[in-house]
Design a protein around this ligand. Structure first.
Ligand code: PEP
Ligand code: MG
Length: 584
C-alpha cells in the first residue's frame, strides 16, 4: 500500500480501479519490405484509415448525444485529416519508392506535414498540426494493433488519474463512468476542481507524484475530505472507508437537509442561495439541491474544446434554454472568462508567462469586440424568455465597466433596429474579483445593478497566490484577514449605493464561512449545487444579530488560522452533535 497526500478538491470518498490517462509514446518499427509486399502494406493503410474513420464517427455521435453537437465538432477536423489525399498519396509513394513498412511510411509523412505546418506563421494551420498529431496516433495504434484502453468501452466506473486535466478535458469526460479523480497538479479553485465539486465527484488535486505511482487497474481510495489517495489499500483500510461511505451516504442525502427550506436566519433575514453552473449536466442539480436560480453561469464552457466559435444563434439557444428552465428564478450569465486556465482552440491566444494576470476575461472581450458582441446579442435575446442578468468578469476599474456597457448599448440598438425582442431593463453586474475593483467598489456601484464577489480570483490576486499551483496552495486562504477586509469594503460600498451584492467564488459554498458571510451582509451566495443544503442549514441556525457579531469579532484576528478556529467553535456550539454531519 502507498499513500499520497494532495489537496482536497471535492468532498466525498471513491473506491475503485484507477484509469490512467497519460502521454502515450508509440514506438514505430522500420522494416524493409519486398516488392511483392507493397500492395499488402497499402491495403493495411486503407484498412487502418477506414477503421479510424469508424472509430471517430462513433465517438462523434456519442459526444454529440451526451453533450450536444457542438462539443462533437472537434472531430470534423480529425475526419478531414483522414481524407487528406495529399497525405495519403505521400504515404503510398514512400511505401512504393522506399520499400518501407506502412507504419514507418505513415509516421514519416505525418512528421513532414506537422513540421511544415508548425513553421508557418498562420495560427490556424499551426493548430491543424495538433489535429494531425492526434488523429495520426489513432491510425498508428490501429496499424500497430495497440488499442488504448478507452473510457467509453469500460463496463465499470473508474477513478481517473492524470498528471493534469485541463478544464476542457474534464468537461468532456463521460461523467457517468467516473467515481473520482486524482491529478498531480492544480489547486482547490483550479477550474478542474470546480467541475468536480459541481458534479459532486470526489477529487484530490495537486497530489504531485500520484500519477507516477499509478499504472492503471490498481485499486485506489480517493479521500476528497482529507486530500488523500491510497494506492492498493489494505483490506482493513478499504473496510474502514466503506463504513465512512455508508455514514456519509446517510448524512448527505439531500432529503436529510430540507431542500425547499429557505435560507433565512432565525430573526428573519433572507439570503438568496443560488447555483454555479458550467455544464449542461449540472442543470438538473439546480432544482435537486433547492437553488433559487443560477448565480453564476460560466458560459466559456460553450466555447471550449471546439475548432469554431459558437454562433449567435447557437449561444442564444443555450441561454434561452437555461433561462426558460430556471424561470421564475434568475440566471446570471457571465460573459466569457477565457484565459487563465481556460483557453480557446480558436482564435489561438499566445501563451503568456502569467496567464492569470494576462489577456483574460473582460480584457480579452474588449480586445475582441466581434466575439463579445455576438455573445451579448445572444444573451440579450434570451432575456425575453426569463429572468436574465448579465455579469462582466474581471473588471479592474470603472473604464472597463463603462466600455463593456457601451458595447452592450450598441448591441441593444442593433437589436432594436432589427426588431428583435429583449429585456430593455436587463440588470448588469460586475464581478468583484480583482483587488483594485474591491477598493473602488464605491465608484463601480454607481454604474451597475449588482456585484458578485469572485473570491477564487480575489484571493489569488490579493494574496499573490496562483490558484492552480499546488506548491503555493498552503498560502491560498479564504479567511486571510486581507481577503475578509476586501469583502467587507465591497459589501459596504454596494449597500451604501443601494445595490445588492452576492458571492459566487467557492468560498460561498464552504459551510464554515456561511455565518460570517451573512454577518458581513451579503445578499446572495452562489455555489456548486451539492453545497446548498448544508449552507442553508447553517444560515437557519443563527440569527442575523449573532452573525453580525461574529463578522465584527473576526475582523480583529490577525491570522486565518485564528479566524477559522473561532468560526469552528461558534458553529460547533450552535450545531452541537449535528456538527459532525457537516464534516463527513
Ligand atoms: C471567482 O473568481 O471566484 C469566480 C467565481 O470565477 P472563476 O472561478 O470562473 O474565475
Ligand atoms: Mg474568476
Amino acid at each position: 500500500m502507498f499513500k499520497v497526500r494532495g489537496i482536497a478538491a471535492s468532498r466525498g470518498i471513491a473506491i475503485g480501479k484507477a484509469f490512467y490517462i497519460g502521454k502515450e509514446e508509440l514506438t514505430i518499427p522500420k522494416r524493409k519490405i519486398r516488392h511483392e509486399d507493397i500492395s499488402r502494406e497499402i491495403y493495411r493503410l486503407e484498412e487502418a484509415l477506414i477503421d479510424t474513420r469508424k472509430e471517430i464517427s462513433t465517438l462523434q455521435k456519442k459526444i454529440s448525444d451526451e453533450m450536444g453537437y457542438n462539443h462533437a465538432r472537434i472531430f470534423e477536423a480529425h475526419m478531414l485529416v483522414l481524407e487528406d489525399r495529399m497525405l495519403i498519396e505521400d504515404v503510398i509513394t514512400q511505401i512504393k519508392n522506399k520499400k518501407v513498412n506502412v507504419e514507418y511510411a505513415f509516421s514519416q509523412s505525418v512528421k513532414k506535414y506537422i513540421d511544415t505546418l508548425r513553421k508557418l506563421d498562420d495560427e490556424y494551420l499551426k493548430e491543424r498540426a495538433l489535429d494531425i498529431e492526434d488523429v495520426s496516433k489513432r491510425v498508428l495504434r490501429k496499424l500497430l494493433k495497440k488499442e488504448v484502453p478507452s473510457l467509453e468501452r469500460l463496463k465499470e466506473k473508474v477513478i481517473i488519474v492524470a498528471h493534469d486535466l485541463s478544464p476542457t478535458d474534464t468537461a468532456s469526460l463521460p461523467k457517468g463512468k467516473i467515481l473520482g479523480f486524482v491529478t498531480d497538479i492544480g489547486g482547490r479553485t483550479s477550474h478542474t476542481a470546480i467541475i468536480g465539486r459541481s458534479l459532486g465527484i470526489p477529487a484530490v488535486v495537486g497530489a504531485e507524484i500520484a500519477s507516477s505511482h499509478i499504472q492503471g487497474g490498481e485499486i485506489l481510495i480517493v479521500d476528497g475530505f482529507e486530500g488523500l489517495v491510497y494506492i492498493k489499500p489494505t483490506e482493513k483500510i478499504i473496510k474502514d472507508y466503506q463504513k465512512k461511505m455508508e455514514k456519509i451516504e446517510r448524512f448527505s442525502r439531500v432529503s436529510y437537509f430540507p431542500k425547499l427550506a429557505k435560507a433565512e436566519t432565525k430573526d428573519g433575514r433572507r439570503i438568496i442561495i443560488s447555483a454555479n453552473v458550467e455544464l449542461p449536466e449540472e442543470l438538473p442539480l439546480v432544482e435537486t439541491y433547492g437553488a433559487e436560480g443560477i448565480g453564476l453561469y460560466r458560459t466559456e464552457y460553450i466555447f471550449l474544446g471546439r475548432t469554431q466559435l459558437p454562433s449567435e444563434e447557437e449561444q442564444y439557444r443555450a441561454y434561452f434554454n437555461v433561462a426558460r428552465k430556471i424561470k421564475p428564478h434568475s440566471v446570471i450569465i457571465r460573459t466569457i472568462d477565457i484565459g487563465g486556465d481556460k483557453f480557446l482552440s480558436k482564435p489561438t491566444v499566445p501563451r503568456e508567462m502569467t496567464p492569470f494576470l494576462g489577456w483574460r476575461a473582460i480584457r480579452f472581450c474588449l480586445a475582441n469586440p466581434g466575439i463579445f458582441k455576438v455573445q451579448l446579442r445572444a444573451i440579450l435575446r434570451s432575456s425575453c424568455e426569463g429572468n436574465v442578468k448579465i455579469m462582466f468578469p474581471m473588471i479592474s476599474g470603472i473604464e472597463e465597466l463603462r466600455e463593456a456597457k457601451k458595447i452592450l448599448e450598441e448591441c441593444k440598438k442593433e437589436l432594436k433596429r432589427e426588431n428583435k425582442k429583449f429585456d430593455e431593463n436587463i440588470s448588469v453586474g460586475a464581478m468583484i474579483e480583482v483587488p483594485s475593483a474591491a477598493l473602488v467598489a464605491d465608484i463601480l456601484a454607481k454604474e451597475c445593478d449588482f456585484f458578485s464577489i469572485g473570491t477564487n480570483d480575489l484571493i489569488q490576486y490579493s494574496l499573490a497566490v496562483d490558484r492552480a499551483d499546488e506548491k503555493v496552495a498552503y498560502l491560498y486562504e479564504p479567511s486571510h484577514p486581507a481577503v475578509l477586509k476586501l469583502i467587507k469594503i465591497v459589501v459596504e460600498a454596494a449597500h451604501k449605493n443601494k445595490i445588492w451584492v452576492g458571492m459566487c467564488g467557492e468560498m460561498a459554498g464552504e459551510f464554515l464561512f456561511a455565518v460570517l458571510l451573512v454577518g458581513f451582509g451579503l445578499d446572495e451566495l452562489s455555489m456548486p449545487p451539492p453545497r446548498i443544503p448544508q449552507v442553508k442549514e447553517i444560515i437557519r441556525s443563527f440569527s442575523f444579530q449573532e452573525a453580525k457579531k461574529i463578522a465584527d469579532d473576526v475582523l480583529n484576528f490577525s491570522t486565518s488560522r485564528d479566524v477559522e478556529k473561532f468560526l469552528q467553535e461558534r458553529v460547533k456550539s450552535v450545531l452541537k452533535e449535528n456538527y459532525y454531519k457537516f464534516l463527513k
